[in-house]
Design a protein around this ligand. Structure first.
Ligand code: OAD
Length: 258
């Protein structure tokens, strides 16, 4: 719904873009939440898109849970190795670049919160992004290392997965799996940014995974304007003042350009 109470969801026309551009230019604090759709035009598959989403082809219980990893570490390790290679091959798209450019032009205004485990925001030049779901490029131990000075997973003996030469502890990817806590401090920082912003921009998320999906409501309840960019309906559209039905690499440059 927009401020007049009318629904504003459709392909963005020039006037709508101009209005939101002006709001973004005025806002002293902007919080951006990104999801897998942000990186779709860089060639990284989303999770829940009907044909191409990873969870339409793979079972998250098998590939994105601690129990799944313990049941078949080699299979899960290989799956992440393939995804890591896909991320390394990918390049930031025009949407990542537009966000990083906006942040650099207006220091201190934008807080970027991402559910993505790729590093495309960072490679686009974004500093200080809050990674809610971890980093697919990072390694960590499956079990807590019992040593006073913990062993370094990057020195583990090679294997699928690598393992500690002393105790056999396995290396796992540094992503958050279903049922796990978010990285220390990340959710707090994200919730503070959502509560403090004047405008919340939500890009490319289905809004199906909590607590990330709750950030838009936190912002709205605190009085922020909420704008969603997504070519499809999401579970949090009703929270937004407007939904722009377009893709990240097309809509963000138009919204954020100088
Ligand atoms: P989803 O796959 O659930 O949703 C992707 C969203 O992006 C959908 O709403 C699409 O319509 C939209 N989309 C697709 N292409 C787009 C484009 N070019 N531009 C803009 N939007 C586009 O992904 P997330 O919402 O990020 O968890 O999923 C949340 C979490 O679920 C992920 O972080 C992941 C997954 O399990 C972990 O890795 C822990």
């Amino acid at each position: 719904m927009d401020e007049s109470g009318a629904s504003a969801s459709g392909p963005p026309d020039a006037a709508t873009i101009a209005r939101w551009r002006a709001e973004l230019a005025r806002a002293a604090r902007v919080c951006v939440l990104t999801g897998a759709g942000m990186s779709a035009e860089s060639g990284i598959p989303t999770f829940r898109d009907a044909m191409s989403g990873l969870w339409s082809r793979f079972d998250p219980a098998e590939l994105a849970s601690e129990a799944g990893f313990r049941a078949n570490p080699a299979r899960v390790w290989d799956w992440y190795a393939e995804r890591r290679a896909g991320v390394r091959r990918a390049q930031p798209n025009a949407g990542h670049l537009a966000l990083a450019d906006f942040a650099a032009r207006r220091p201190g205004v934008l807080t970027l919160v991402t559910q993505n485990v790729d590093d495309l925001h960072q490679r686009a030049g974004q500093v200080d992004a809050i990674w809610l779901h971890g980093d697919i490029g990072a390694d960590r131990w499956l079990d807590r290392c019992p040593r006073r000075a913990p062993c370094d997973p990057s020195r583990a003996a090679p294997g699928r997965p690598p393992r500690c030469a002393d105790c056999g502890n396995l290396v796992r990817p540094g992503v958050v799996w279903f049922g796990e806590m978010l990285p220390d401090g990340a959710l707090d920082a994200a919730e503070r940014a959502a509560a403090a912003c004047e405008l919340m921009l939500v890009v490319g998320t289905s809004g199906a995974v909590w607590p990330a999906a709750g950030l838009a409501s936190i912002a709205r309840d605190a009085g922020a304007r909420v704008l969603i960019v997504n070519p499809q309906a999401s579970e949090i559209d009703a929270v937004a003042h407007a939904v722009l039905r377009g893709t990240a690499a097309v809509v963000l440059p138009a919204l954020l350009r100088r």
